[in-house]
Design a protein around this ligand. Structure first.
Ligand code: HPA
Length: 232
């Protein structure tokens, strides 16, 4: 029986209400984000939802940053969908759009795993794109820039990210994708655009805005996740 995990990014934890027979099997206090692992069923499959993550900007402990993925391995999860909230650099992107991570720029690299790997599974990426098309769900594919955070980007950083052709920027996911690949799990990364980052004038990004936009993206996001889970 296939076991699927989903790490839910900021503002996206509402997906936990889609679980049949939910059972909280892990919870962790402390840190900025509330963390839990909830087991349940979606469309006859066993699914584990992870809410909240530890970030490198909160801790220097690899063990904490890799905790969700290490737990996923202990639970024998084969396929881990890793989601995040991200700022949109690509001018075509709007708030609530989804982007499949096709490539990334890894600014965490010094603190990550030893092997130097690109952890994108292109077969799964193509599969996920096909599912989006078949079900008329709009999903871009693009380059994710993993910032160490915790601050949002300055004007100069936004200009720089545009020039180097980044599509979306966030503060997570790359450690998760790389660790999962190291442990032999298949992964798919999905960003939900929670704010647009403009070059030329300053717009202050707030955490509340990110959470609010995540909630607004919910219908498309949850529809897509359910299709991915059902078709895997
Ligand atoms: N920058 C970095 N991380 C983010 C953003 C952003 O604009 N929005 C959501 N996560």
């Amino acid at each position: 029986m296939t076991r699927i995990g989903v790490i839910l990014g900021s503002g996206l934890s509402g997906f936990t209400k889609e679980l049949d027979k939910p059972d909280v099997i892990y919870s962790e206090l402390g840190g900025i984000h509330k963390k839990s692992v909830i087991e349940g069923r979606i469309g006859g499959k066993t699914v584990f939802l992870f809410t909240g993550r530890n970030h490198f900007y909160e801790t220097y402990s690899r063990d904490k940053v890799f905790r969700n993925v290490n737990i996923a391995k202990d639970l024998n999860i084969e396929f881990l969908i890793i989601t995040n909230a991200a700022g949109g650099i690509n001018p075509l992107y709007n708030v609530s759009d989804l982007m499949l991570i096709k490539t990334y720029i890894n600014l965490f690299q010094r603190r990550l795993i030893k092997k130097d790997i690109c952890a994108i599974d292109f077969g799964l990426l193509q599969w996920a794109k096909d599912i989006a098309i078949r079900n008329s769900i709009k999903a871009y594919e693009g380059c994710y820039y993993g910032s160490t955070g915790p601050t949002y980007e300055t004007q100069s950083e936004i200009n720089y990210l545009k020039r180097i052709r980044v599509d979306a920027v966030g503060m997570s996911t790359i450690p998760d994708i790389q660790r999962a690949q190291e442990l032999g799990m298949k992964t798919l990364g999905i960003s939900c655009i929670t704010n647009k980052l403009f070059s030329g004038f300053s717009v202050k990004v707030t955490h509340d805005e990110v959470i609010d936009a995540g909630n607004k993206a919910y219908i498309r996001f949850s529809k897509y996740l359910k299709h991915l889970i059902n078709d895997y």
